[in-house]
Ligand binder design. Sequence first.
Ligand code: ADP
Length: 342
Amino acid sequence: MTDGGDPAGRYAEVLNRYLAEPGERALYDASLLSRDLVRAGIGPEEIVALHVEALEQALGACSLRQQARCIGNGHQFLLEVMIAYGLAYSEYLELKVRERDEEAERAEQARVELLATVAHELRTPLTAALGNIDLATRSLSRGRADRVPGLLGTTREALGRLSRLTANLARATQDGPPPLAPAPHDLCLLLADACTWVEPAAAEKGIAVVRNGLPPALPVECDADAMLSVFGNLLSNAVRYTPNDGRVCVACGVEGDEVWVNVADTGIGMAPEVKARIFEKFYRAREARDVEAQGLGLGLALVNDLVVAHGGRVEVESEPGAGSTFRVVLPRRDERQEGERG
Ligand code: ADP
């Protein structure tokens, strides 16, 4: 007798076999039944009820003399079932406790790893900024003021990265749309600011950041900090995921009642299965980890949240090894609104 079907339904069948021929084989079946009862979540009280019902039915078909023997054997059977039940139950509990311990250990491990990554991510730009400020101070004291603008530029880039990281982290812990303070802005100016931030990092890798025929102005209703974060993240990714001597092109324009901004790179690109997951929090492709150890996998989740909160969308075109183009599309600012505001 192996487990099969509803153990409560099998109780009477196993008991009857035992009553007909009490022996090792029938007791073994009773122990298997107990294991199935534990798995099915049937408790001791229910087992006693099942036993009484099954025994009553069995006694109905017996003579008085047989009944006395059946009751004795029936009690023996119940005792065996209960002992086997107790053993199976303690094994079951041990298994559950072990599973819970393993799960808690895995969660703790993930927490420690995340903390270590976050600490590392924050420390890197902070150390770079502090180092550059020290260098700038020393350069000034040695009369090498010519070195200061470059060092301040690199410091600014490091602080920009730090500010993007903290914004990404803060956002990762929140649900719902991000709070925005929209106002009329020129998207071209915001884009130019974000380019200035990443230029030192790009220069270090020999990557040219090309601004492709930007229009004189591109009016949008947006939260300026949010847009700086969007372009900062996209440009920083473009530089990080592009090998030395590559190219990052920025372009923007108007199409119908929408404005668009393209950030295109000649970097590692993405396979379709990677592209499908890049907006998930904490997702990083294996290829991305290979070329760029740093990263929390939070930037694009924030970019998408912010753009969607502005009533826009982010589109991506990419081929492995052939670069990526991220396109941010936003509603164009209503000219009448602009007129009303003067
Ligand atoms: P992070 O860059 O910190 O890993 P992001 O959320 O900004 O986090 O990006 C998520 C993932 O999307 C990256 O790890 C990488 O796999 C992929 N990705 C983002 N931008 C690019 C890009 N320009 N080129 C290739 N892959 C990219």
